[in-house]
Design a protein around this ligand. Structure first.
Ligand code: S3P
Length: 420
């Protein structure tokens, strides 16, 4: 069995969320194609609809009519999506909206103090128990602040910048390591008064609506990572990844693949909507261990579950440190990775802020606990391509949070013929 063929991906999830939200802040119609197809981006759309923003589906496009936000009549159900919750908390605070945010069990256990702390400093009146969902926000006069964030989080940065659009003066946020910069790039492109200086971004209150836009969202590099990994670990495999976003704050995984010795060529690259996009060829080659430290983490934070799988097939000691954020993702991903890989016979040691894996190991089939986390489900499905015996997931359907087509696409690319 080999992995071979070409694959194109639905739009990047981070850009899709932002495209819907920023289109809502315009005074015209925006046309967005290749939006992410997963449930998370649907949650953003539904929450915006509940706030009076109109959407229309037109073939491959979603048309968003920007305009006035109104108080939602029902609670805003953010489902499983941290990005929906945290970005909308900032955006709706800036628009003077009264709203209550709720979510599923996973989202309701995730920390919201990272957002509520800076927003309360700006003057937002908010209620929650233990800084978890449900969170209720009340229309408040916001003031501009200078905020030094202790975590490198694009969700925190974006929430503060979006609230800053509705504040009475400039707002600056500084982060310890640069996190993904889609909010900054997109808002600048749409006419907001935003400046960036290394780790700081400063935004001025919005005095006129953003410009409406047409956008075809580039393919999601985080989703593509699972397919790249499949081609890398299955001998004689080769895959072509079409139109993948190559924003420098998002390609840590591809840098890690190269360091590990995987086969990778960029066949073509071009610019679109201010982003670098590429067509990549990825192929199997023996892997070596790598070290990932705190400064590397923001650039590959969502890819660490699949990097753990690759590490079990790499020669030597892979160390992942400075990744404590993994403990507060859709599940405690450090725990989920270590528990499941141990069951499969991997040599893995759990650290407070990461893990150490010594490879290579012939993994065994096992019953995998996904913890309802889409990236754990997809990572362990890829591991199942090289196990001795079957991998069985307790909740395979959770992959649809980001990529409902995951299993069909993987099946399509599995072939009995060798590429050689
Ligand atoms: C995201 C930021 C990251 C990432 C998440 C999407 C975003 O979270 O893990 O999947 O779109 O801003 P943090 O900001 O918590 O690191």
């Amino acid at each position: 069995m080999v992995i071979k063929g070409e694959i194109s991906f639905p739009g990047d999830k981070s850009i899709s969320h932002r495209a819907l939200m920023f289109a809502a802040l315009t005074d015209g119609e925006s046309r967005i194609s290749n939006l992410a197809t997963g449930a998370d981006v649907q949650s953003t759309r539904k929450c915006l609809e509940a706030c009076g923003i109109q959407f229309q589906d037109d073939g491959n496009y979603v048309i968003v009519k920007g305009g006035q936000f109104s108080d939602p009549k029902e609670k805003l159900d953010c489902g499983n999506s941290g990005t929906t919750t945290r970005l909308l908390l900032g955006l709706l605070a800036g628009q003077g909206i009264n709203a209550t945010f709720i979510g599923d069990d996973s989202l309701s256990s995730r920390p919201m103090n990272r957002i509520l702390d800076p927003l309360s400093q700006m003057g937002l009146k908010a209620k929650s128990e233990n800084y978890k969902l449900p969170v209720t926000i009340e229309k408040s006069e916001l003031k501009g602040i200078r905020y030094q964030s202790t975590i490198a989080s694009a969700q925190v940065k974006s929430a503060v910048l979006l609230a800053g659009l509705g504040a009475n003066a400039e707002t600056t946020i500084t982060e310890p390591i640069l996190s993904r910069d889609h909010t900054e790039k997109m808002l600048i492109g749409l006419g907001a008064n935003l400046t960036c200086d290394e780790l700081s971004s400063t935004i001025s209150p919005l005095i006129s609506p953003l410009s409406s836009f047409d956008l075809s969202v580039p393919g999601d590099p985080s989703t593509a990572a699972f397919f790249a990994a499949a081609a890398v670990i299955v001998p004689n495999s080769k895959i072509i990844l079409n139109r993948v976003l190559r924003n420098p704050t998002r390609i840590g995984f591809y840098g890690a693949l190269q360091k590990m010795g995987a086969g990778m060529d960029c066949l073509k690259q071009w610019e679109e909507a201010g982003e670098n996009i590429g067509k990549l060829k990825i192929f199997h080659q023996p892997l070596n261990a790598i070290t990932i430290t705190k400064k590397d983490v923001p650039g590959l934070v969502d890819e660490l579950p699949i990097i753990a799988i690759l590490a079990t097939q790499a020669k030597g000691k892979t160390e992942i440190q400075g990744a404590k954020e993994l403990r507060v993702k859709e599940c405690d991903r450090i725990h989920a990775i270590c528990k499941n890989l141990k069951k499969m016979g991997a040599d893995i040691e759990e650290l407070d802020d990461g893990f150490i894996i010594i490879g290579p190991t012939q993994l065994q089939g096992a019953k995998i606990e996904t913890f309802h986390d889409h990236r754990i489900a997809m990572a362990f499905t890829i591991a199942g391509l090289v196990t001795d015996g079957d991998v069985e997931l307790d909740h395979p359907e959770c992959a649809s949070i980001s990529f409902p087509e995951f299993y069909n696409e993987l099946d399509r690319l599995i072939s009995t013929e060798s590429t050689k």
